[in-house]
Design a protein around this ligand. Structure first.
Ligand code: G6P
Ligand code: MG
Length: 483
């Protein structure tokens, strides 16, 4: 039984909100459903979350829910006629005083007065993910005067970035703060923070999350030039997060597409060294918004992220608003499985020659070293409270499946993001201690994961309820009496 190790995150939206489509997405292999708080109402998000949980439970699947905060994306206001067409050499102005719904061929409103303050003559502004480019020629107290360098259509509410980054909008808006409360109410498993600049932004998000009584793990979206400007900032940001997302849309606009591949590889590597899960996102199967099959370049992009050892690959508009959401998940699943067959996906050189910092980390890494070097090992059983032990294990490349045995719903859902990790509901506290190993292995026998004569590794701690308490690794021979 070969199961896919790389996880699929798919955004739910108008194209994927009916029970029929959600059911097909789950059966096609959806692991994490993303709710994009930039669109839709709280009631819509709640209805989708409920639907995902009900349908997953019906099929015995474990699907995590990830809420994605809108963040301080700077956007233009609206045009009187919805859209304009700009030509190279045209003059154009951004104004904090111009009426919000009456943009013209010459000027459009903006809701973010600091944009004027932040911009200098000569700065390049990128609109609509870089489709339209302008240079700042002069500034007044409430306007930026620009010249168009690359023309094209510009329509209501398109985003603005500056080449090289550096627009200072704080990472959490009033809407984000309200949405953190919504996330608490919905008991989301993950919450993505948009445009964090550094660790301090994530620490603020964590404080707000705790105050709201939310237990979601925080995902830092790496999408600003400042966040990747130097290793200290990037590592600090990763350290302050529970997981990270390579948010290639805005990041590519700010740092330029040529830098993106290298940065993607670096973020994935740094995240894994720090025992954090990582999602690779944006435009992975973009052409599938309108086509039923991906391009070769898209196949290659997904496979490349799998070979980089990302935990998950993500679909945005492809699943939220495209014509082929189910086909997109199926295509991703197929491509991930193919790339995982490559030997690069199975052999680990990770952290060899480095020191470990914790006892449970040492056990987890020893487990993976053994699993990768002892051919008889068919599965790893990790008794876990929070999912932390399997998370550390899954930082290591391997073809041996990792099973998170846990009684907790939150943990069962959370590990859905971790590469190579599946969950099996299990409560060791209900069993006499000498029966735990046998009961755990029986679960794998029942599911056909192992057979008599196989070997299995089991990790646990001395008590049955201590997060971070893992201190034991056992190698068990299936079929012999186990204690
Ligand atoms: C379960 C096991 C304990 C172990 C703990 C580790 O509760 O029964 O023996 O100490 O998991 O949990 P963690 O969240 O650190 O993976
Ligand atoms: Mg973004």
């Amino acid at each position: 039984m070969i199961s896919r190790r790389t996880k699929i995150v798919a955004t739910l939206g108008p194209a994927s909100s009916s029970p029929e489509v959600v059911e097909k997405l789950i059966l096609a292999g959806l692991n994490v459903a993303r709710l994009n708080f930039s669109h839709g109402t709280p009631d819509e998000h709640k209805a989708r979350a409920r639907m995902v949980r009900e349908i997953a439970a019906k099929h015995g699947r474990f699907v995590a829910l990830l809420g994605d905060l809108q963040g301080p994306k700077i956007r233009i206001a609206k045009f009187a006629d919805k859209r304009i067409e700009l030509k190279e050499g045209d003059s154009f102005r951004f104004s904090v005083t111009h009426p919000r719904d009456a943009g013209t061929q010459d000027v459009v409103g903006i809701d973010y007065p600091d944009l004027i303050k932040d911009c200098r003559v000569g700065d390049e502004l990128l609109l609509d993910d870089g489709r339209v480019v302008m240079r700042v020629e002069s500034t007044t107290a409430d306007e930026l005067h620009c010249v168009v360098l690359t023309g094209g259509p510009l329509s209501d509410h398109k985003g603005i970035n500056r080449r090289g980054g550096g627009l200072t909008a704080p990472a959490l808006t009033a809407k984000d703060k309200a949405d953190i409360k919504l996330a608490a109410e919905m008991e989301l498993d993950y919450l993505a923070v948009s445009f964090p600049r550094d660790a301090a932004d994530m620490e603020l998000a964590r404080r707000l999350r705790d105050e709201a009584g939310c237990t979601a793990w925080l995902v830092a979206k790496i999408e600003r030039a400042e966040a990747v400007a130097d290793d200290d900032t990037l590592n600090g940001l990763i350290r302050a997060s529970d997981a990270v997302m390579v948010a290639r849309g805005d990041l590519g606009v700010e740092i330029g597409d040529a830098e993106l591949v290298g940065i993607q590889k670096k973020i994935i590597k740094y995240a894994r060294v720090q025992n954090k899960a990582v999602i690779t996102a944006t435009q992975m199967m973009e052409s599938m918004i309108t086509n039923s099959m991906p391009t070769r370049a898209e196949v290659s992009d997904v496979a490349n992220a799998v070979l980089d050892y990302t935990d998950a690959v993500m679909l945005s508009a492809e699943s939220a608003a495209g014509s082929y959401p189910i086909e997109a998940v199926e295509a991703m699943a197929r491509v991930c499985l193919g790339a995982e067959r490559n030997p690069i996906s199975r052999k680990s050189m990770h952290r060899l020659g480095e020191q470990f910092t914790r006892c449970d980390e040492s056990i987890a890494l020893a487990t993976m070293y053994t699993a990768n070097h002892f051919p008889g090992i068919k599965a790893i059983i990790s008794l876990t409270e929070s999912g932390y032990s399997p998370l550390i294990m899954s930082r290591i490349r391997s073809s041996v499946p990792i099973f998170a045995f846990t009684p907790h719903r939150e943990t069962q859902a959370r590990v859905a993001l971790f590469r190579g990790v599946e969950t099996i509901p299990f409560d060791p506290a209900n069993l006499p201690s000498e029966k735990v190993s046998q009961a755990a292995v029986d679960e794998l026998l029942k599911r056909g994961v192992v057979q008599q004569g196989d070997w299995v590794i089991l990790t646990k701690g001395d008590s049955y309820h201590t997060i971070g308490g893992t201190n034991t690794m056992k190698i068990l021979h299936v079929g012999e009496p186990l204690a």
